[in-house]
Design a protein around this ligand. Structure first.
Ligand code: DGL
Length: 274
């Protein structure tokens, strides 16, 4: 069991910010990552569509023999985590609870900002997670839909990124928030811009970093942490591996190899051929 892979899912490339943190913390683990690049973005799709797509990828990863599933996508975590945890025979972790736990630990003003996709913000999943831990905390959310394309276009250092950040985040300066959760896979790439736009002293939470700690803790608790493995990764994508290689390489700051194109997420094919 210890030698099995960690399965990781995202709507596309952004989940590599979570992947990077897990790989850093658990270098001996093998990770199978799937990015549903043909159907991204999930952030502006309906809960039903996001849930269906997420289930398909999760089932595909199960056919790869994984010991834990990490839903790296905030939108999928917000909308589909619950059903996956109920239906899958292995531990399933999302990115929302780990980030919410750290945000609650850090806040002194009891006001937490959360930024994410429209679907994540509309789902109120962060509100629920934070209020479960401390009902007195106010959560002030803001969707930032232009952040995802900005990052994918490689414009994180361009002045347009500062203009967009200013437009979305200016309001936080008056809310009294002392913690801001970057509730979307792409936002850590914009962390510098976000930090510059926000008031000094605000704590910025990287959901990937918090999730990685939770993955380690879960593997330890279950006695399935791989301490002797060689590490490694295999990527699957539902659209062009070239685009994933190019943009993903920027996310990871290292070349990506070992990418396989998946023609279909119809898991029956894989079950029959395995
Ligand atoms: N991975 C998504 C998230 O974290 C962002 C990209 C998308 O909208 O698909 O919410």
């Amino acid at each position: 069991m210890k030698n099995l892979s960690i399965g990781m899912f995202d709507s596309g490339i952004g989940g590599l910010t979570v992947f990077k943190e897990v790989k850093k913390l658990l270098p001996k683990e093998h990770i199978v990552y799937i990015g549903d690049t043909a159907r991204l973005p999930y952030g502006n799709k309906s809960p039903r569509t996001v849930t269906n797509y997420t289930l398909e990828s999760a089932i595909f990863l199960l056919t790869k023999g994984i010991k834990i599933l990490v839903i790296a996508c905030n939108t999928s975590s917000a909308l589909a985590l619950h059903i996956l945890q109920k239906k899958l025979p292995i531990p399933v972790l999302g990115v929302i609870d780990p980030a919410a736990t750290e945000a609650v630990r850090l806040t002194r003003t009891k006001k937490i900002g959360v930024i994410g996709t429209k679907a994540t913000v509309n789902s109120m999943a962060y509100q629920r997670a934070i209020k479960r831990l401390d009902p007195k905390i106010d959560v002030i959310s803001q969707s930032c839909p232009l952040f995802v394309p900005l990052v994918e276009e490689g414009l994180e250092h361009d002045k347009i990124a500062h203009l967009v950040a200013d437009k979305y985040l200016n309001r936080y300066k008056k809310t009294g928030c002392d913690v801001l959760v970057m509730g979307c896979t792409h936002y850590p790439i914009l962390e510098g811009v976000i930090k510059k736009t926000m008031h000094k002293g605000i704590s910025i939470i990287n959901t990937g970093r918090e999730t990685a700690k939770q993955v380690k803790q879960t593997l330890e608790t279950k006695g399935i942490l791989n301490e002797k493995g060689k590490g490694g990764c295999q990527y699957f994508v539902t659209d062009s591996p070239d685009t994933f290689r190019e943009i993903g390489g920027r996310f990871l700051k290292e070349p990506i190899t070992n990418i396989k194109f998946l023609k279909s997420l119809d898991y029956k094919d894989f079950l029959l051929s395995s």
